[in-house]
Design a protein around this ligand. Structure first.
Ligand SMILES: *[C@@H]1O[C@H](CO)[C@@H](O)[C@H](O)[C@H]1NC(C)=O
Ligand SMILES: *[C@@H]1O[C@H](CO)[C@@H](O)[C@H](O)[C@H]1NC(C)=O
Ligand SMILES: *[C@@H]1O[C@H](CO)[C@@H](O)[C@H](O)[C@H]1NC(C)=O
Ligand SMILES: *[C@@H]1O[C@H](CO)[C@@H](O)[C@H](O)[C@H]1NC(C)=O
Length: 379
């Protein structure tokens, strides 16, 4: 330390000592957010490579193209990894081309059974595999597809999650959808033990365009959609030579990216489907830079819902909600209340210096403002 910097250092020490001895009564410590950054677990991501040729949709995963697609992590309980690991293994993989998103799944299952044969029946009353797709990641306008081991499907569309009033549109159809199931074992035969079932889905991008007009078709390099997968599993016993559900046992829900609650209709918790045209295996998934800001906005949204249930009105400030949320990746978390609604917003600085504002309102729809073209000067 040079002599002048030593003098400066001593002067600074003296000032600090003075401040400590005579705290200014005007100082508003309540504006200073001293809480640590909020805990945040990013949703899972899956890098989706191009299909070298379209897989034949027959339920068998023997097409050469599937060899290029990595398996996902094994599915976990919907409430997260604090819960027991699922009894049977489930995993999925995906590919895409200009026409379709292809999905394959493998469900380990010693007792393959299915009863429902009618399209659009409530398929989760059987064991099933489910896909949820929200391309623009705004929580609204998303599709759901469920299928059982008989290849019976239920496709539906949600303008909004049930929590925001739904309702689900059951007449909606995924036009051009192809699905198939292959069973490694025997269906509805309790006299033997099965290995499980595999399935394939070809979901036409033209159908997705109907409900996600803002996304690009085919997706551009690096485009990210929100997607989630779930498997419903009922406990069964054998009675009169048939599989029968164990009465009064709730179903198990095993998912790719845990929801943290027994509710698949939390699109903000779904995983990321990252499209690329780069060679298979060459891309590493990077978490969404707006992820923590999105998480903070959803915490405000959920706190507002709870507050309104109790108080009959929206809270007018984060302080009134007792919420103190911060994370190095966003600034300016703000809550404004207007008649009948609220808007929470946060600003994310991107690595290229641009800024993006994200907003959420009482219906949980997320709006993302295009990046501010002014370079951020770090103010
Ligand atoms: C499976 O169901 C789809 C309709 O969702 C149908 O087009 C297809 O032919 C069925 N495949 C088999 C193998 O039954
Ligand atoms: C399948 O349907 C049969 C006939 O209705 C019924 O007896 C059986 O309990 C069902 N299986 C399961 C596992 O629900
Ligand atoms: C949905 O996404 C959440 C958040 O990543 C994850 O916890 C959950 O397991 C996912 N559910 C499914 C069915 O993939
Ligand atoms: C905020 O904290 C205060 C004091 O602990 C409490 O009275 C109030 O009910 C809390 N409000 C909410 C919305 O949790």
């Amino acid at each position: 330390m040079s002599r002048s910097s030593k003098a400066l250092f001593l002067a600074a020490l003296a000032i600090v000592a003075l401040l400590l001895a005579f705290p200014s009564p005007a100082k508003r410590t309540d504006r200073i957010n001293l809480s640590p950054p909020m805990a945040y677990t990013p949703p899972k991501g899956y890098v989706c490579y191009r299909a070298s040729s379209p897989p034949v949709i027959d339920g068998k995963l023997d097409d050469p193209a599937w060899g290029d697609a990595p398996w996902s992590d094994l599915f976990l309980d919907i409430e997260g990894d604090q819960r027991p690991f699922p009894l049977f293994r489930t995993r999925m993989k995906m590919l895409w081309d200009d026409r379709c998103l292809y999905i394959a799944a493998e469900l380990e299952e010693p007792h393959v059974w299915a009863n429902l044969t009618e399209h659009d029946a409530v398929i989760f009353y059987d064991n099933d595999f489910e896909v949820f797709l929200d391309p623009d990641g705004d929580n609204h306008n998303y599709a759901e597809l469920e299928m059982n081991a008989l290849n019976t499907t239920w496709d539906l569309f949600l303008p909004k999650p049930y929590r925001d009033g739904g309702p689900a549109l059951h007449d909606w159809e995924i036009r051009g959808l192809k699905t198939a199931v292959a069973i490694d074992g025997t269906l509805n035969d309790p006299t033997d033990r099965d290995q499980g079932w595999t399935l394939e889905i070809a979901w036409p991008l033209a159908n997705v365009k109907e409900f996600a007009p803002k996304s690009s078709f085919p997706p551009e390099e690096g485009a990210r959609w929100r997607i989630n997968f779930s498997r419903v599993e009922w406990e069964v016993t054998v009675r009169d030579g048939k599989y029968q559900k164990v009465p009064k046992k709730p179903e198990a829900n095993w998912v790719w990216s845990p929801q943290g609650a027994i509710d698949m209709h939390r699109p903000e918790r779904w995983g990321y489907l990252h499209f690329t045209k780069r060679p298979p295996g060459s891309v590493a998934f990077e978490p969404d830079p707006t992820g923590p800001a999105r998480e903070a906005l959803h915490r405000v949204y959920y706190a507002q819902q709870t507050f309104r249930k109790k108080q009959g009105r929206w809270a007018e400030s984060l302080r009134e909600l007792n919420l103190s949320l911060n994370h190095p990746s966003f600034t300016n978390l703000w809550l404004a209340t207007m008649p009948g609604n609220f808007e929470a917003s946060a600003v994310v600085r991107r690595s290229d210096g641009t800024r993006t504002t994200l907003r959420i309102g009482g219906d949980s729809r997320v709006r993302v403002e295009l990046p501010d073209s002014r370079a951020d000067r770090g103010d």
